[in-house]
Design a protein. Structure first.
Length: 419
């Protein structure tokens, strides 16, 4: 018995118009935290932890662009020199972050500049998946109510997937704005194992109605409020018989993130940081197969060590921590035009490092757009899109950094991701 993924692979390629799937990419993956579960357990989660995204990502390059092992080791030594603790057996993300708690403070760290320079000068791309635990944890509130509503107008409206997704996104952002009050509400009702759905929806209605400022700004939130107000027969079918306090767990939410690259890029190879729960799950399902052939193009390796593969997993660990901080920053934004005000708040060194980060992301998407994949609100995706560079910005960076031997200039006619 094994997990046959031929149809899943083909649907993924066709629906998402994936390109470059025959390329021999070498992927390295690490995650922001173990692929376990996101909870709302009482006393265990403050809002910051509750709001965190799960990120799986790292570095990627074609096999012919692999560097000599000595190059990776030289980078490792240069990275060690950026930390006051010179004698470090394994240079982990905590050493890379060196006390930084947000992206702005990380941009001032020497380790950030060293990492950006190494990746950019060697033409190494980055890739990442992000999963919004809170978004996924809240969707049943909408689906459970809408699927069983007796209001014909609401039912017809929610038959449109985009409209329904819009309401889900609005609810997620509403809980972001509620912060600790929202966490307390879910904890009170042992969400997602709600025993009294009537009381749950009535209190949710009161919560939404208590924030008219947010309702006025968000059509999806207004639709949800109206739906609850006009129908007091709450079924709550999806809010019953669930594991109390668990918003998202492996493999329910995260499994696709681990199988995507091995199944899409059959000629490539995917290295993952050792993750017992994922490895146990793969063993339980008998591994992965495509067209009846067992896949052997992935492996789990230790991050500690001096070998090239170990160091590349360490680099992937650094990168997913950057993405996690980026997502924290994005969630706090109120305007689509967030880049200029953020850059204006930085000093010259931070601004230079942020420009390097933007180029790294932009050049990676021009290698292949599949290197960024996420599941959250459309707002998050839109703000991430704003990080892309214009044609002039992209080409100017190449000239200023003397990178013409590494990157091709663009003229704006390219399809992002075309290889």
């Amino acid at each position: 018995m094994s997990f046959e993924l031929s149809e899943v692979r083909q649907s993924n390629i066709e629906l998402n118009r994936l390109i470059g799937v025959d390329e021999a990419y070498i992927f390295y993956h690490d995650e922001t935290n173990n692929a376990g579960k996101s909870t709302v357990s009482k006393g265990l989660n403050d809002f910051e932890a509750f709001n965190k995204f799960f990120v799986l990502g790292g570095v990627v390059f074609k096999q012919e662009n692999r560097l000599d092992e000595s190059d990776y080791q030289a980078f490792q030594e240069e990275m060690r020199a950026t930390n006051p603790q010179k004698q470090i057996h394994e240079f982990k993300s905590k050493h890379f972050l060196n006390g930084a708690k947000d992206l702005e403070s990380l941009l001032s760290k020497p380790s950030f500049g060293v990492l950006m320079d190494f990746l950019i000068k060697n033409g190494i791309s980055v890739h990442y998946f992000y999963a919004d635990n809170l978004y996924y944890g809240l969707v049943d509130i909408v689906d459970s109510f809408i699927d069983n509503t007796h209001d014909v107008k609401i039912a017809l409206m929610m038959m449109d997937r985009m409209a329904r997704d819009g309401v889900k996104s609005s609810l997620r952002m509403f809980f972001y704005n509620l912060k600790d009050e929202g966490v307390a509400f879910l904890q009170k009702h042992d969400y997602p194992n709600v025993l009294d759905s009537g009381a749950f929806y009535t209190e949710l209605q009161d919560l939404i109605a208590s924030r008219p400022d947010l309702v006025r700004q968000d059509q999806g939130l207004a639709i949800l409020l109206r739906a609850i107000e006009e129908d007091d027969r709450y079924d709550g079918v999806l809010l019953r018989d669930n594991t109390p306090d668990v918003l998202a767990s492996f493999p329910d939410l995260y499994d696709f993130m681990y199988i995507d690259h091995p199944t899409v890029f059959l000629n490539g190879f995917s290295y993952f940081d050792k993750q017992v729960e994922v490895q146990r799950w793969l063993k339980k399902i008998g591994g992965l197969t495509v067209e009846g052939q067992q896949l052997t193009n992935y492996d789990f390796i230790e991050s500690n060590g001096q070998g090239a593969d170990n160091i590349l997993i360490q680099i992937s660990d650094f990168f997913v921590n950057i993405v996690s901080m980026l997502l924290d920053l994005i969630m706090a934004q109120k305007s689509i035009d967030w880049i200029a005000p953020f850059v204006a708040s930085l000093d010259s060194n931070q601004a230079q490092n942020f420009e390097k980060f933007r180029f790294l992301l932009a050049s990676s998407l021009r290698e292949n757009f599949v290197f960024r994949h996420g599941s959250s609100t459309q707002w998050v995706a839109t703000l991430l899109d704003e990080l892309d560079l214009s044609v002039d910005e992209y080409n100017k960076f190449i000239d200023n950094q003397n990178l013409t031997a590494v990157y091709k200039k663009i003229d704006g006619t390219e399809n992002i991701g075309r290889v």
